[in-house]
Design a protein around this ligand. Structure first.
Ligand code: 2RA
Length: 337
């Protein structure tokens, strides 16, 4: 069986990767619609050797579509996902709009694949935030074995998480600085080249950003445990692809670094890269372009009785967005259609 598929936001960084993943993973497609704002109409996008024209995303777009992958931003998701669902299409949405809705599942296939079943309530499944996805892929097996009480995480996030304009801004600023030329700041409030910004998303009254609170709330929803305490600091770094995370966990029962390494070796979607003596550890440039979450620097936290530190790296556009969404689609068609 094959399906009528749409990608909303097809011209964006994540949309483009969704198309690539659909093709790579041989998703059973009968027809594909490339949807974007009216600005992109006239463009063509390549899919399976053919140039497919971009159509404007409208209320009429989903009449004959079975599954729609959305990465068109919060506004379009809020407006068009319910319309698509009304037309009988299942939406897998990459924006933050629906993630915390109790009637909408928030799914990481390696962690809570059973939650996909909840799609039947509203016809929408939410894809989590990139920084949350890679963290829970690594932490779910530890939680299962030793119950995580508290997570303290610092992220080092690539500019591609902000989109195409941010990739261009980093490249442009880097070149300008090396050439001693002037440059503009358009996407970020400060220079991103050769700099780190402790600022992703918008600041809340508590002093946290909304990106940081996504890591708190989404982790609890995906791991199905509201007792897990999380404190996150999210940093934008001058890296093009892959988010890196320094993750510290405190567990209820003791767990050794060797046990964690063993768990990680058997964890779906995880690749252990951990031989520091040989300078082997996860790096953004190695995670870019692959779907595995790389885990290394696994060690005992010497400051508490039951603590583990680790370094977790994944391609934010692939596993952090597009691949995770397509994996959800694969579960949907395998188990529910
Ligand atoms: C970022 N979390 O990296 C975002 C993308 N969803 O900015």
């Amino acid at each position: 069986k094959s399906y009528n598929v749409a990608v909303a936001g097809a011209t964006g960084v994540v949309g483009g990767q969704m198309l690539a993943c659909l093709e790579e993973r041989n998703f059973p497609i009968k027809s594909i619609k490339m949807l974007a704002s009216s600005r992109s109409v006239g463009k063509k996008l390549r899919f399976k050797g053919e140039d497919v024209p971009v159509e404007e995303l409208t209320e009429e777009s989903f009449k004959d579509v079975d599954i729609a992958f959305f990465s068109a931003g919060g506004g379009p998701s809020k407006k068009f996902a319910p319309i698509a669902a009304q037309d009988g299409c299942v939406v897998i949405d990459n924006s933050k709009t629906w993630r915390m809705d109790p009637d909408i599942p928030l799914v990481v296939p390696e962690v809570n694949p059973h939650a996909v079943a909840g799609y039947s309530k509203k016809g929408i499944i939410a894809n989590p935030n990139c920084s949350t996805i890679q963290m829970v892929v690594a932490l779910a097996p530890i939680h299962k074995k030793a119950r995580i009480k508290r997570i303290v995480v610092c992220t080092y996030q690539a500019v591609s998480g902000t989109g195409k304009a941010a990739i261009d801004e980093l490249l442009h600023q880097s070149r300008a600085i090396l050439d001693n030329a002037s440059f503009e700041k358009k996407v970020y409030p400060h220079q991103i080249a050769f700099n780190c910004l402790p600022h992703i998303g918008s600041f809340l009254e508590t002093g946290y950003t909304d990106e940081e609170m996504k890591m708190v709330n989404e982790t609890r929803k995906i791991m199905e445990d509201d007792t897990i305490m999380v404190s996150a600091t999210t940093i934008r770094v001058p890296v093009l692809y892959s988010h890196s995370e320094a993750v510290n966990v405190e567990t209820e029962t003791p767990i050794s670094p060797e046990e964690v390494r063993e768990l990680m070796k058997n964890a779906p979607g995880v690749k252990v890269v951990d031989d520091p003596g040989a300078n082997i550890y996860p790096m953004a440039i190695d995670a870019a372009g692959i779907d595995e979450t790389l885990v290394g620097r696994i060690r005992k936290d010497v400051s508490v009785p039951n603590g583990i530190d680790m370094w977790v790296v994944a391609d934010n556009i692939r596993k952090g967005a597009a691949t995770n969404a397509i994996q959800i689609g694969e579960i949907l068609i395998r188990d529910y259609f």
